[in-house]
Design a protein around this ligand. Structure first.
Ligand code: SF4
Ligand code: SF4
Length: 335
């Protein structure tokens, strides 16, 4: 399911941001036109997609944010908006009157929250996120990106309880963005991060909150009891995969995912179907995985990889080891 960026502009500057490389290279005025939104709605509908995930930057900075969501809902898409929660009062009030009566499945938010005790978040930003969660908490899935080993989740549990947020947390592991110096979790620290995550099991259980793991977690760094717990508590709905996810920018460029946004950016207009785009980037991922291997030495010959239970971690890591060589061997990939 591709994510559609309404705008590249953002109001925050998170140190782990996947989108940072891409946004820093884009024009701040870059916003999705109505014409292109309609084209994408047709394109996704032709592919049988029912969901329309909206991303930014901060998508509510698009001048037609609410109107575009109304249009997509009228076309029978379920709309999911990734937001920082920092919205103007005008947009927030209008959104509340338009969407707060809808079922969660039809229109929901995923709000990435940063721990205020570990980030220098301005007070005005915290107040704005609070206003958003007071309005839309019950249709918002909390998201959290892990980019340091001493992360804490207490503030998330607090927010879930205070604002009645959805009780599944989307947990992302911050990956390296090629060509950029973002903060991310080093391979040697992944096991410690997983152990720290599982130290919160008593709280997950007591508060009936479930963790949903995003892409790029390596299966072998979980202990047996941790895997068993995940299996029991997430209905087996976790996978140790790696894209391509597909992100489509406001100027209709498409790329496999933000950490790989240096790769073969293309235009949506070069493809006839969504499947063609997935096949195109899927082939590139496969090629890199064959040549660069997984993220660990032991990925070669790993039974989990052969059984396709684990894709060998985040390709952006593998390429980090391999980058200089890959530039020589795959010049076509680095266009
Ligand atoms: S390279 Fe794979 S694991 Fe890494 S961010 Fe992209 S899709 Fe996710
Ligand atoms: S493929 Fe690599 S990352 Fe995945 S389980 Fe095997 S060794 Fe670990």
């Amino acid at each position: 399911m591709p994510n559609i960026l309404l705008t590249q502009r953002c109001v925050r500057s998170c140190p782990y941001c996947f989108a940072e490389k891409h946004m820093s290279e884009s024009s701040p005025d870059d916003i999705l036109s109505w014409e292109n939104l309609i084209y994408l709605a047709d394109f996704l509908q032709a592919a049988g997609e029912r969901r329309f995930p909206i991303l930014g930057g901060e998508p509510s900075l698009h001048p037609s944010f609410n109107d575009m969501i109304v249009y997509l809902l009228e076309r029978n898409f379920d709309v999911h908006v990734f937001t920082s929660g920092v919205m103007s009062d005008r947009v927030l009030e209008e959104a509340a009157s338009l969407f707060n009566h809808l079922p969660f499945e039809r229109m929901s938010f995923i709000c990435n929250l940063n721990d205020p005790s570990q980030t220098r978040t301005p007070l005005s930003e915290l107040e704005s996120v609070k206003r958003f969660l007071k309005t839309f908490g019950n249709r918002t899935v909390p998201g959290f990106n892990i980019y340091r080993t001493d992360f804490e989740l207490d503030f998330l549990f607090q927010a879930i309880n205070e604002f009645g947020m959805h009780r599944n947390i989307r947990l992302g592991l911050a990956h390296p963005i090629l060509g950029k110096k973002n903060l991310f979790i080093r391979l040697k620290d992944i096991e410690a991060v997983i152990d720290r995550l599982f130290s919160y099991i008593p709280l997950f259980e007591r508060l009936r909150v479930k963790p949903g793991l995003d892409c790029g977690f390596p299966l072998c760094r979980f202990k047996d009891d941790q895997l068993a717990w995940l299996l029991r508590n997430t209905g087996g709905r976790y996978d140790f995969g790696c894209g391509p996810v597909l992100d489509i920018g406001p100027d209709m460029t498409v790329w496999p995912c933000f950490p790989l946004s240096s790769f073969q950016k293309r235009s949506v207009f070069e493809f006839n179907t969504l499947k063609e785009i997935y096949d195109f980037y899927g082939d590139i991922h496969e090629k890199i995985k064959v040549e660069a291997g997984g993220i660990f030495f032991e990925c070669d010959g790993c039974v989990f990889r052969e059984e396709r239970l684990c894709k060998g971690g985040c390709v952006a890591h593998s390429l980090g080891h391999f980058q200089e060589e890959a530039r020589l061997r795959y010049p076509e990939v680095y266009l």
